[in-house]
Ligand binder design. Sequence first.
Ligand code: NAD
Length: 269
Amino acid sequence: MAEQTRIALTGIAGRMGRTLAEAIAGRDDLILTAAVERRDSSVIGTDAGELTGIGRNGVVVVADLAEVVADCDVVIDFTTPSATLAHLACCREAGRALVIGTTGLDASGRDALAAAAASIAVVYAPNYSVGVNLSLRLLEMAARVLGDSVDIEIIEAHHRHKVDAPSGTALRMGEVVAAALGRNLEDVAVYGREGQTGPRDRQTIGFETIRAGDIVGDHTVLFAADGERLEITHRASSRMTFAAGAVRAATWATGQRPGLYDMSDVLGL
Ligand code: NAD
């Protein structure tokens, strides 16, 4: 059998960590060789395979990526912004590629990604589903054709545990649409409305956030003109769609030249 790509998972006990372990177990060309969790987590010292339901594999969950980074070719990180930045520094030090799914990174965090990408391959995407990344291309086309003749609103819905809003995907969709229209999202974004808001300014891009139940991730971009409206919607029904994309990105990133990449690079869109 050809050599397997060795993967470290940080946040192994999380919703995405467990799904990623399952996605890796389903591929012959990949192997989970390291697993990391929060220092105060009850799963430290346990068997990662047993924890994630893929079957005992002898990989012990540790609290510090630095202890195990040498055992992997690439790290996949779906944790929190502060943990992601610590893992980024560790990968840079060890010369390992890093695939980041964590959302909610601020501007200084994104600067840190760009700086690290001078020495390692970093893939950073707010959404690893193929459908969402294809929809970014469709949105670009819709924005260019419809231009200033429509009002644009981005509506997203996620499960009740999500901690950041709007979603990283909604913001990315906003950036793509704004760029296609020659607008700067920071200048035109409106996050929710309440009270005496006055009439809508057509240059703005509105964001509406829903947090409820176990919704995996829904995004709609609404282009509304007088007399017609176009809605581009993506609905994720399983976290496996993100996990499969992230695993694909990890394979792609291994051996890739240093740089900051996104899912459109991985998919060759
Ligand atoms: P979660 O809370 O279920 O899991 C996060 C895990 O990270 C937890 O188990 C937590 O203990 C662990 N963690 C926190 N700090 C850590 C540290 N210092 N070291 C190691 N582990 C640590 O959350 P989730 O639903 O799995 O989502 C995680 C992140 O991924 C969020 O930012 C979410 O928005 C994002 N996400 C991105 C995509 C995508 O396609 N890019 C898809 C789904 C979720």
